[in-house]
Design a protein around this ligand. Structure first.
Ligand code: 8YV
Length: 323
């Protein structure tokens, strides 16, 4: 019988999935990413599976036998892809299974910010039912408004469908390339970024983080938005300049924002917390029982395939396999 390969698990793997891995591999579970160096020093590691870690040369130089990193996420900006490619290490991810759940959260943030749910929840709990709920507490409509999607990938399209067919919204989008099929399906119109920002009532950021999208939305871009507009970010915090956003919200240059992601995560003690026109949640785009389970299963499947010699379903850098 061939020797079992060694796998290190970090984060979010249910016991039955760890058992499933243990049928084929020797499995070591880490309690935190900080334990990785010791795990790598203890012997050869062939596969890593997990989420929420930064992996590059510094962390992986000692992992000389590493064949695959299976990420329990769709985004992979936290991996040094050039380094993984240079080393011939395969990276797999978990797209598709989180698309609808993340789109649900984007709509939730839009609706919550527009209808001022968090503020009014606090108002009611503070015993204010009988106090005059005047215009000062009114929100704004979502239905029938213009929804601008920055990055019309799978998640962007799922948000656009909700806006178009659930809320009768007009959809604008900006993207690297035109999407004729989605234009037809959604009646969506392409705009350049500036055009989209100027015309939209809701601006939804759904682009992956890259050098090109880093701080894509800064002071100038926020200044192009309508003063009645709401910004939602379910992509990555670094796509939006947070200092500029705080200023724009504080000065009411835009109406409100809904954020799932932040420049620095985990977020603590931020000037964002002082803003009542902000709804913020702790990076929970995919965090439902069903979806996190589906992501974990897919990541396990990707890892098994990679280490047992089948092509994984979702390879970020398939060229390392081909080579
Ligand atoms: C992940 C996400 O769960 O998939 C992604 O890219 O942002 C989330 O769904 C998270 O990044 C893991 O830490």
């Amino acid at each position: 019988m061939p020797m079992k390969k060694n796998v290190v698990v970090f984060n979010r793997l249910a016991p039955d999935l760890v058992e499933r891995l243990a049928k084929h591999f020797n499995v070591v579970q880490l309690a935190s990413a900080a334990e990785l160096p010791d795990a790598l020093a203890a012997g050869p590691v062939h596969g890593l599976i997990g989420a929420g870690w930064q992996l590059g040369r510094t962390q992986l130089a000692a992992a000389t036998d590493l064949e695959v990193v299976s990420s329990i996420s769709v985004g992979y900006d936290n991996y040094d892809l050039d380094y993984l490619n240079e080393r011939g290490i395969l990276l797999t991810n978990t797209p598709d299974v989180l698309t609808e759940t993340t789109a649900d959260l984007a709509m939730t943030l839009m609706l919550t910010a527009a209808r001022r749910i968090v503020e009014l929840d606090g108002w009611l709990r503070a015993g204010n039912w009988r106090a005059a709920l005047g215009q000062d507490h009114f929100g704004c409509d979502v239905h029938g408004k213009t929804l601008g999607i920055i990055g019309l990938g799978n998640i962007g399209a799922a948000i656009a469908r909700r806006g178009r067919f659930g809320f009768g919204m007009r959809v604008l989008y900006t993207s690297n390339n035109r999407k004729p099929e989605l234009e037809q399906e959604l009646g969506a119109d392409f705009r350049d970024l500036d055009g989209l920002l100027g015309e939209s009532d809701f601006v939804c950021v759904v682009v992956p983080l890259s050098e090109r999208t880093h701080k894509l939305i800064g002071q100038r871009e926020l200044g192009l938005m309508k003063s009645s507009a709401i910004l939602v970010n379910v992509a990555r915090g670094q796509v939006v300049d947070e200092v500029a956003l705080v200023e724009a919200l504080r000065e009411r240059q835009i109406r409100a924002a809904g954020l799932d992601v932040y420049e620095q995560e985990p977020l603590s003690d931020s000037p964002l917390f002082g803003l009542n026109n902000l709804v913020c949640v702790p990076h929970i785009g995919s965090a439902t029982h069903e979806t996190r389970r589906a992501m974990a299963e897919l990541a396990v499947q990707n890892l098994e395939s990679a280490l047992l010699g089948d092509p994984p379903l979702h390879m970020v850098n398939p060229q390392v396999k081909a080579g």
